[in-house]
Ligand binder design. Structure first.
Ligand SMILES: *Cc1c(COP(=O)(O)O)cnc(C)c1O
Length: 399
């Protein structure tokens, strides 16, 4: 059973086709639905074959810490979607982010990152990397001159997410990747909030894309997972050894769930984006809401960048209630369909109060610096009927 040989055929397929057929490997049984290979190891037909596999002379699977047919199908399907040459599935989004940095950085290197980051990404950049002698500078991601000014001769990586969590600020991917390239640094984009359907960082000039597959790729709140995608030069020659020897591996079970999630990704993301746009407009009309943050609305300060690099406004909406923390809590407690959580990208619509959960660690000053107020809420739109979601919000607002 060959690991590759399917990518070429999907070269001219559109996304929806690649997401159903891309990367499929069939066993001798010809199963229609992709097989789940729950195996840690592989039996060799002979000592010679084992030797050849280890030498790399013979294609094939060796050990599921770094190669497994179900995980390979997920990786190849994601490559087809992203336009990447190679990828490795990981146990979670955070293992993807951490490995995308630690796999190539060394003491004495410098990293520049956007200052509005998913909480754990901020920990990795701001707290973990410096422990190993890698200095980090955090910049206002919307300010191109700040990115330029932060570059040093030892800057080896640039890391950011766009739209950011939770304020849905945008970073100009093309411009920042160019600044990184000119400085000789690799650009690494955490593309979770845009989903792979709406934004293609590699086409915009990024070197590496990372995902928490836990979010829209699974999309049904079941499994943790992640993936790192890039050129074969980076993934096979640099990333692979770190991945193989440190083991942030993806479970074949989770890879199978993600693989099947990809088949419906375009339908799910399109539905959630339609609901998000409706809800954003609805919220903007309410006298109880002081501000709506949605990249798809013309009042978003970076709406032009959204039009340039995103296919739509995305499946998340943030907004600010005039009533502060009390108002936000009352609103959340009144909701019936939206569930209170810190997660996102589920089939169920979700609401998060960043100031007391995901961004609690930053403290009041840290939050104020990046515009997270006590009245701010983040919505992740799921797969329910948008009319019911709007009615749920309407009722909670009037309570
Ligand atoms: C969820 C998330 C992560 C971390 O992913 P896990 O799968 O939870 O480890 C990283 N970045 C962003 C933007 C996320 O939303």
């Amino acid at each position: 059973m060959a690991k590759t040989g399917h990518k070429n055929r999907s070269d001219d397929w559109h996304d929806a086709t690649s997401l159903v057929h891309g990367g499929t490997i069939r066993s001798q049984f010809g199963e229609m639905s992709e097989a789940m290979f729950l195996t840690s190891g592989y039996a060799y037909e002979s000592a010679e074959q084992a030797e050849a596999r280890f030498k790399g002379d013979l294609d094939g699977f060796v050990y599921s810490r770094y190669s497994n047919p179900t995980v390979a199908m997920f990786e190849d399907r994601m490559c087809a979607l992203e336009g990447a040459q190679a990828a490795r599935g990981t146990a979670s989004g955070m293992s993807a982010v951490t490995a995308s940095l630690l796999s190539h950085l060394k003491a004495g290197d410098h990293v520049v990152a956007g200052r509005v980051l998913f909480g754990s990404c901020l920990y990795v950049v701001e707290t973990l990397l410096p422990r190993f002698g890698v200095e980090a500078t955090l910049v206002d991601g919307t300010d191109l001159s700040a990115w330029e000014a932060a570059m040093r001769t030892n800057t080896k990586a640039v890391f950011f997410e766009t739209p950011t969590n939770p304020s849905l600020e945008l970073v100009d991917v093309e411009a920042v990747c160019k600044i990184a390239r000119d400085a000789g640094a690799l650009s690494i984009i955490d593309n979770v909030f845009a989903t792979p359907m709406l934004q293609k960082p590699l086409e915009l000039g990024a070197d590496i894309v990372v995902y928490s597959a836990t979010k829209h790729i699974d999309g049904q709140g079941r499994c943790l997972g992640g993936i790192v995608l890039g050129t074969s030069e980076f993934i096979d020659d640099t990333f692979h050894d770190f991945y193989k020897h440190t083991g942030p591996s993806m479970s074949p079970f989770n890879a199978w769930v993600m693989l099947k999630g990809l088949e419906t990704l375009p339908l799910r993301v399109a539905h959630s984006c339609t609901s998000a746009a409706l809800v954003a407009d609805f919220l903007a009309e309410s006298p109880k809401v002081s501000r709506v943050y949605y990249p798809g609305r013309s009042d978003h300060p970076q709406h032009k960048i959204a039009n340039r690099q995103m296919a739509s406004g995305g499946p998340l909406v943030a907004f600010e209630l005039k009533g502060g923390k009390d108002g936000a809590f009352k609103f959340m407690n009144e909701l019936e369909i939206f569930k209170i959580t810190n997660n996102l990208g589920d089939s169920k619509s979700l609401v998060t109060h960043p100031a007391t959960t995901t961004h609690k660690r930053l403290g009041p000053e840290g939050r104020a610096a990046i515009g997270i107020t006590d009245g701010m809420l983040r919505l992740s739109l799921g797969l329910e009927d948008p009319i019911d979601l709007q009615a749920d919000i309407d009722r909670a607002l009037s309570a």
